[in-house]
Design a protein around this ligand. Structure first.
Ligand code: GLU
Length: 301
């Protein structure tokens, strides 16, 4: 199968200098492989998304010369597909209902003598693991969340990142059984992203390094669903003045799409490529594709 890559923004705010780095890197990688580049609007977490922001991001991308090769997939229209996949996992015994609140999880961790991590998500201690679908389901109130049951035999996941090198994560230890569907009925990012990457035939994932930590969970889900694992490349993050990932909260300014070359130049510098002065955008993009090819050597992927 030919190369298929994607940029998958969540429409919680406009594209900024940080997210443009991931967008541009995924576009350059697709072009360097003579592949297809898709944009997917990840508005599955509806309460966090802003109406109309998906279209706004698409127009920002287009203004920078980055247009999706196919009609963008919109996750909010795919709730049925996520639900069907959840049913498949339930039928295989790979998912179970959970009604633990955050407080319940904290109490259980305390009882086990495990420290509460300061920043990371809570490691789910498996409280509801022994429940079966019969003991919960529709009659339960409130609706349960559904968690992925991590198979004890393969909790250490290893993968090769094209930029970061060999990676591994013990998902059982560092994350625990993770949510597939939330109690409010929305599919989680982990479930939706795995379902959609497979549905769209994505062969190469290029995204920000802040998402690298999710990769092991996604590989476990791909394996449970008999789906192929794409190749991964996590791009450098652009940091704000406070040293944290650039976001609206720490000073990311809206992109100046009236000056696309200036914005693209900032993004390529973050990627270790050379800025171009006074070149038409199309010429600059073509030059960066060549440079990217050299840097990440797609001929040998
Ligand atoms: N929607 C995710 C985000 O904007 C990215 C998902 C992905 O690339 O896997 O953070």
């Amino acid at each position: 199968m030919g190369y298929r890559g994607r940029f998958a923004p969540s429409p919680t705010g406009p594209l900024h200098a940080g997210s443009l780095v991931a967008a541009l890197a995924s576009w350059l990688d697709a072009r360097a492989h003579s592949g297809t580049w898709l944009v997917r609007i990840e508005d599955v977490d509806a309460p966090r998304c802003i109406a109309g922001m998906g279209d706004h991001i698409l127009s920002q991308l287009a203004a920078l010369g980055l247009a999706s090769d196919e009609v963008p997939l919109v996750q909010s229209q795919r709730a049925n597909v996520y639900q069907q996949t959840l049913q498949t996992l339930i039928a295989k015994g790979d998912a179970y209902p959970c009604q633990c609140s955050r407080k319940d999880i904290l109490t259980a961790l305390e009882a086990l003598g495990r420290e509460r991590p300061r920043h990371a998500e809570l490691v789910y201690p498996g409280t509801c693991r022994s429940r079966t679908e019969k003991s919960s389901g529709v009659a339960d109130s409130p609706q349960p969340a559904w968690r992925f049951r991590i198979d004890k035999t393969d909790t250490l996941v290893r993968w090769q990142d094209r930029r970061l090198g060999s990676q591994q994560q013990d998902v059982e230890k560092l994350v625990g059984d993770f949510p597939l569907r939330r109690a409010d009925g929305y599919a989680t990012y982990q479930l939706a992203v795995v379902v959609d990457d497979a549905a769209q035939g994505i062969t190469h994932i290029v995204r920000g390094e802040d998402l690298a930590d999710n990769t092991a969970r996604q590989i476990l889900l791909q394996q449970a669903l008999n789906l192929p694992t794409p190749s991964y490349l996590h791009t450098p993050l652009v940091l704000g003045a406070n040293g944290e990932k650039l976001s609206k909260q720490n000073g990311a300014l809206a992109l100046e799409t009236s000056n696309p070359l200036a914005e693209l130049n900032k993004a390529v510098v973050a990627l270790g490529l050379h800025p171009r002065v006074d070149a038409p955008v199309g010429v600059a993009l073509a030059a960066w594709v060549q440079e990217w090819q050299h840097l990440y050597n797609p001929a040998h992927d």
